[in-house]
Design a protein around this ligand. Structure first.
Ligand code: NAP
Length: 275
């Protein structure tokens, strides 16, 4: 058991990668606080644990510092400490974005490229991105990571130990042309990871990031078939990843197996990005 007796918080743990991380951590002996913006999603993750007694569901929108504070007050009251934080909560789109139109243009571009006649269709995402869509994307990913990290460090600093794992993305490493705001948020999370890792290393707290490639979850489920095929064609292992493969990476970084890792990123991506 790699996390025996540890207390962990996984944000966005009601679905996909977060749920797989919560389940693996509980199987490895941790007491897992499962956060989600929807309480019922977090509760479902806890209910589906092999031992639901190892989980506790707490609702909060991580983009709201007041809600994050309230969640940490409840966590501290119940558990008194925190050993592991996984900043995982995220969204791929925000309301008001015409994702279907962007996907259609992306598909048309692929056909034009394959046709060899030159590309005449432009993605034009950034020039139509609203203030609200930009801000909400950064709020959920970047503000959320900051708000939770700030609270976690206050708890971890009391015992001078802890591990923080931030879920970034290959979007941070490569830039994904259909989601510039998502790519910006994930890139900022990487820089934040590096800076905080250096800052808190003297307290025995490690901070690392994971940059997953395309993983089969509800987030990637709406990808149109042609875009999915294009992503697979760029992935040497020829398949999407599974949430459990990201969870295994998170376990490595969160546990003593990763004891000499800090300020780093690991990218389970099937070879999509090899830099
Ligand atoms: P997912 O299945 O949609 O899970 C994300 C979870 O986070 C959902 O339960 C979601 O709730 C919750 N959430 C969203 N906004 C929140 C907020 N403000 N506060 C608290 N919880 C919130 O997506 P996933 O694929 O597992 O993604 C998990 C993380 O991995 C994200 O940070 C994502 O950007 C990153 N990632 C995913 C992939 C991929 O290919 N799937 C690749 C690279 C990185 P709702 O469902 O209600 O929105």
């Amino acid at each position: 058991m790699k996390l025996e007796g540890r207390i962990a918080l996984v944000t966005g743990g009601g679905s996909g990668i977060g749920r797989a991380i919560a389940h693996l951590f509980a199987d490895e002996g941790a007491l897992v606080v499962v956060n989600d913006v929807r309480l019922e999603a977090a509760e479902k993750t806890v209910k589906e644990m092999r031992d639901p007694g190892r989980g506790r569901a707490l609702q909060a929108d991580v983009a709201d510092s007041g809600q994050v504070r309230t969640m940490f007050v409840a966590l501290e009251r119940e558990f008194g400490a925190l050993d592991v934080l996984v900043n995982n909560a995220g969204v791929a789109t925000t309301s008001g974005e015409d994702r279907e139109a962007i996907a259609k243009r992306a598909e048309t571009r692929i056909m034009e490229t394959l046709g060899g006649q030159g590309v005449e269709t432009h993605l034009d995402v950034t020039q139509h991105l609203s203030d609200e869509a930009w801000r909400r994307m950064l709020a959920v990913h970047l503000d959320g990571t900051f708000f939770c990290t700030r609270e976690a460090l206050r708890l971890m600093s009391r015992r001078n130990r802890g591990a923080i794992v931030n879920i970034s993305s290959v979007a941070a490493l490569m830039g994904l042309e259909t989601v510039p705001h998502y790519s910006a948020a994930k890139g900022a999370i990487l820089s934040f990871t590096r800076a905080v890792a250096r800052e808190v290393a003297s307290r025995g707290i490690r901070v690392n990031a994971i940059c997953p490639g395309f993983i089969d979850t509800p987030m990637t489920q709406p990808m149109p078939p042609l875009l999915r095929a294009a992503a697979l064609a760029r992935t040497p292992l020829g398949r999407n990843g599974e949430p459990r493969e990201v969870a295994a990476t998170a376990l490595f970084l969160a546990s003593d197996d990763g004891s000499f890792f800090t300020g780093q990123w690991l990218s389970p991506n099937g070879g999509l990005f090899t830099g």
